[in-house]
Design a protein around this ligand. Structure first.
Ligand code: AMP
Ligand code: ZN
Length: 141
């Protein structure tokens, strides 16, 4: 099946095999590779073969399928590495830490008391009623 590649996209080049990668899994729609700068041993990123910059661009079909691939890889990572947990992470926009603008899902093995930091401070005094109403409206329009 023909795929939708973007010129000068590093992950499109990896998908086409023009840049080498350590591929752990591949099917018609996705390539999963070892992250070159991993948070933990066995850190995998899943790349859709159709170029989409971020979650706003990805097709509903690829969006649905990618979590199934993440499940497959997380299950393998847990059983073969014997890790205590797994984070599934996906960044959109520089503000959210995205550095490569071809959507990808991180699968990160976690261990009790490891040194991986994925966290946030919790907001106080939130007007949950207003936030909920605003978001409900945004989702209807
Ligand atoms: P993000 O910050 O969510 O955009 O993640 C981009 C990820 O891609 C980082 O974890 C990088 O280490 C990883 N990365 C960048 N270039 C390569 C590459 N050539 N092969 C494998 N992983 C890469
Ligand atoms: Zn791309």
């Amino acid at each position: 099946m023909g795929k939708n590649y973007k010129e000068d996209c590093i992950f499109c080049k990896i998908i086409k095999g023009e840049i080498p990668s350590k591929t752990v899994y591949e099917d018609d729609d996705f390539k999963a590779i070892l992250d070159i700068s991993p948070a933990a041993i066995g850190h995998v990123i899943i790349l859709p073969k159709n170029h989409a910059a971020d979650i706003y661009e990805i097709s509903d079909e690829d969006a649905g399928k990618i979590l199934v691939v993440a499940k497959k890889i997380a299950t393998a990572i847990k059983s073969y590495l014997g890790c205590d947990g797994v984070n599934i992470l996906q960044n959109n926009g520089e503000a959210a830490g995205q550095t490569v603008f071809h959507l990808h899902v991180h699968v990160i093995p976690r261990y009790n008391d490891d040194d991986v930091n994925i966290g946030w401070n919790h907001k106080q005094d939130v007007d949950f009623d207003k936030v909920c109403e605003d978001l409900q409206q945004a989702l209807q329009s």
